[in-house]
Design a protein around this ligand. Structure first.
Ligand code: ZN
Length: 386
């Protein structure tokens, strides 16, 4: 069964939905569309039940640990990167704790126990009652092994009574075909002054090319900040803080459901942002393969010249500059960094350009000072060796 309407805002599925791209699943191209109402992206997966949605998480990667290599390939980052992601999640949790108003021992619930480090961090130095719901047995057992109370159920089917001061989850929502009952269940479990911290991967800053790395059968939905905030508000969760990089996080309090749509970039903007990143990544991969040969640079300049969006052009120019630098073409690298700055002011790019220009000046002065092998001839008379 396919959705007849957006599960978040109710916009009927039709020709006004924006095509984001097609990925291949089971040998067939599958279209992904963006809702024109709230910008939720639907990856065209068949509809399935809640349990299957929770199970689907097992086959997906934690999008936050993926990194883009110098060659443009996408792979999980090194241990330091994973530790940095874990530290950032702990900082998010601390923010949530700081916002909870309660004088008694805090009750904390984590939905999905794939990574129990959140709960172990929550217990450090605090007196809390922490527990998790996790339907998949191996993850539930792993969390129990670090002394966490785990109920092997999806939240939607959990019958235990009681509310929580803090509810946390990351990357559960995009796996669920029916996100609204899930968010409503979170709202129903929150104490009046409680806080829910919900994290999903951010479609607008996802790592990789849409068709190859992002749009897969792993997640029926991808969220933009606008789609997530709209979903929360409609489910009875009022976001009071939002953070968006590769990870999209909202901190919410329980509230009356509001039939509103959050403001933000349009579905067309979303499609152009994702398409622009695809273009940049494909150019990066091609330049890495070909090197900064005259033919490759000609192609890159043509693609750059035909691009009509300034932020995408700025990103393309940075990739071309990087390819130049890799080939020790410092003049080319400086030129393309300047081109990038014309489309978008960026302190990091400006700093790199300044460093590059200093290196170029040093190299030039060295050439002037050094007696060059092919420079002017010495004025001393030549003598034949006898
Ligand atoms: Zn929608």
């Amino acid at each position: 069964m396919d959705p007849r309407s957006c599960p978040v805002c109710g916009t009927a599925f039709g020709s006004d939905w924006w095509l984001l791209g097609r990925y291949v699943a089971g040998g067939e191209p599958v279209a992904t569309h963006v809702c024109p109402g709230c910008t939720l992206a639907w990856t065209g997966r068949p509809w399935f039940r809640v349990d299957a949605g929770y199970r689907a998480r097992v086959c997906s990667r934690d999008a936050a640990v993926l990194l883009e290599g110098d060659d443009g390939r996408i792979a999980p980052g090194p241990a330091e990167h994973r530790q940095a992601v874990a530290a950032a999640r702990t900082a998010d949790l601390e923010r949530a704790f700081a916002a909870v108003h309660s004088h008694r021992r805090l009750r904390v619930l984590q939905i999905g126990a794939r990574d129990p480090s959140w709960l172990t961090a929550a217990r450090r130095g605090r007196r809390v009652n922490a527990m998790a719901v996790e339907p998949w047995a191996p993850w539930a057992q792993a969390a129990r092994a670090v002394d966490i109370e785990v109920h092997q159920r999806p939240l939607e089917g959990w019958r235990r009574r009681g509310s929580f001061d803090l509810i946390v989850e990351h990357d559960v929502l995009p796996h669920l075909c029916e996100p609204m009952p899930h968010l409503q269940a979170i709202a129903a479990r929150l104490a009046p002054q409680g806080v829910a911290l919900i994290e999903v991967p951010n479609l607008l800053q996802a790592t990789g090319a849409a068709a190859q790395d992002i749009l897969t059968t792993g997640r029926p939905f991808w969220y933009t900040p606008r789609a997530l905030v709209t979903a929360c508000k409609r489910a009875g969760l009022a976001p009071f803080q939002l953070a968006a990089d590769e990870r999209l996080r909202v901190w919410c309090r329980p509230s009356a459901p509001l039939a509103v749509t959050a403001s933000g970039p349009s579905a067309e903007d979303v499609v152009e942002t994702v398409g622009g990143n695809d273009l940049r990544l494909h150019l990066k991969r091609a330049l890495f393969r070909m090197g900064a040969t005259p033919a490759a640079m000609q192609l890159a300049a043509t693609i750059h010249g035909r691009c009509s969006r300034a932020p995408v052009r700025a990103d393309l120019a940075i990739e071309i500059a990087t390819a130049c630098e890799r080939s020790s073409d410092l003049d080319g690298a400086a030129y393309w960094l300047e081109v990038s700055l014309r489309d978008r002011a960026d302190v990091d790019v400006a700093r790199t350009l300044a460093t590059l220009q200093a290196v170029r000046r040093r190299v030039q002065s060295m050439w002037i000072e050094l007696p060059a092998a092919n420079g002017p001839m010495s004025s001393a008379p030549l003598r034949l060796v006898s």
